[in-house]
Design a protein around this ligand. Structure first.
Ligand code: 5GP
Ligand code: MN
Ligand code: MN
Length: 384
């Protein structure tokens, strides 16, 4: 970890290199009037909207919608099964095929509303009221691009299932609504934050702040329920195709959220945008075709007890599409022996391994944040 200073708070950096755009955003965070103690940049840091992805920000008295991110509650869920690679291999393509048919990907949603106890206890705030009916069709859907379902193997040859998804369009509506509200209100509450920083905040002692907090927390529940719903479908498919199929405890982590925590003796709102709370078991996905990790979080106070949420991008989506042909990505997955299921391959290059940092280097860079427990390699992937 290295430290750079700014006019106000220091920035602590776990990444070897930080692109200029992300560094500039980190400087804005460090100079934000409500930021506290320091800014932490995880090894997978890269430029985001307002705040870099792979960033951790602690604030006092306010919450910043853009420091949570658009896909509120996006995260990863993983489970170990009792099956070996040998047992699963002959049915692997059938499993992936059925997953792809059962779980809507991209912009698709379910044709029928899904049920969940969650829908009977929604907070009574404007955007939730309006979007709740649509949300019923979005529960249990993967989304596009970076979202995935993977069948993996550990080093004992046991098969794992891992998936990455968030709060779908529901969370996006909440994020957009409250970011716009924050922008409109920021003129009213001093001190002002330059508009171009895109870090408009909502004071926690206002109606709007409390409503966003309630809406965000509900999106976290919705996102987790979304992942649980998909995992259930996948486990049922596996159960129907494999004799004696059972599984262990499901791990689940959010990587876009804010939570009130105590750090350096102070209650602060910790915003983790593309970062994970590194306490207990954590999941760190690599990228398409590369390894992923189950780790033990070391709760390092210097990172506000956080770690990276993955490998992180090195290439923007457009750049990846321009530079890497789709056929090359498909060939490479074949060479790696990874079954690739993707409905629309046009944007595949955006998600190739070369568009992300090297996960093993990222793990090396955060040895003081997490300890690796299990290394997982992909056998097959359904991409959004
Ligand atoms: P996000 O896109 O939510 O910011 O980050 C999710 C993380 O998941 C990325 O940083 C990347 O490291 C990882 N990731 C993206 N696509 C895949 C994939 O297909 N398989 C695995 N194992 N990880 C992925
Ligand atoms: Mn997401
Ligand atoms: Mn995500």
């Amino acid at each position: 970890m290295r430290i750079i200073t700014t006019e106000r708070l220091p920035i602590k950096i776990w990444a070897r290199e930080v692109e200029e755009g992300a560094l500039e955003q980190a400087r804005h965070l460090a100079n934000h009037p409500y930021a506290r103690h320091h800014i932490a940049l995880m090894p997978d840091v890269h430029q985001g909207y307002g705040m870099p992805i792979g960033g951790v920000l602690a604030t006092e008295g306010v919450i910043i919608p853009n420091a949570v991110g658009v896909d509120v509650g996006c995260g990863v869920r993983a489970v170990r099964t009792n099956q070996t690679v040998e047992a699963v291999r002959p049915r692997l393509r059938d499993i992936l095929n059925q997953i792809q048919r059962a779980i809507p990907t991209g912009f698709n949603h379910h044709k029928k509303p899904q049920s969940s106890p969650l829908f009977h206890r929604a907070p009574d705030v404007p955007v939730i009221r309006e979007e709740l009916e649509n949300a019923r069709y979005q529960l249990g859907t993967l989304g596009g691009g970076n979202h995935f379902i993977e069948i993996q193997r550990d080093e004992q040859d046991y098969v794992w299932i891992m998936l990455h998804s968030g709060s779908r369009n529901f969370g996006k509506k909440v994020a957009d609504y409250y970011n716009r509200l924050a922008i409109n209100l920021n003129e009213r509450y001093g001190p002002p934050v330059p508009r171009e920083w895109q870090l408009a905040y909502l004071p926690l002692d206002t109606h709007e702040g409390q409503n966003y907090l309630a809406a965000m927390q509900y999106c976290l529940e919705f996102a987790r329920e979304n992942r649980a719903h998909m995992m259930k479908v996948i486990l049922e498919i596996c159960h129907s195709l494999l004799p004696d199929f059972t599984w262990g405890e499901e791990l689940d982590v959010h990587h876009n959220y804010a939570f009130l925590e105590k750090h350096f003796g102070q209650q602060v709102m910790v915003h983790r945008k593309g970062a994970v709370r590194a306490v207990g078991d954590v999941i760190v996905p690599g990228s398409m075709g590369s390894p992923s990790y189950i780790c033990r979080g070391l709760a390092n106070p210097e990172s506000f007890a956080s770690c990276s949420h993955g490998a992180g991008r090195v290439m923007g989506r457009n750049e990846a599409r321009r530079r890497i042909p789709v056929e090359k990505v498909i060939k490479e997955m074949q060479a790696l022996g990874v079954e690739l299921f993707k409905a629309k391959k046009g944007d595949l290059a955006e998600e190739c391994r070369q568009a992300y940092k090297d996960i093993d280097q990222v793990m090396e860079d955060q040895r003081d944040l997490v300890e690796i427990k299990i290394k997982l390699r992909p056998l097959g992937v359904v991409k959004g």
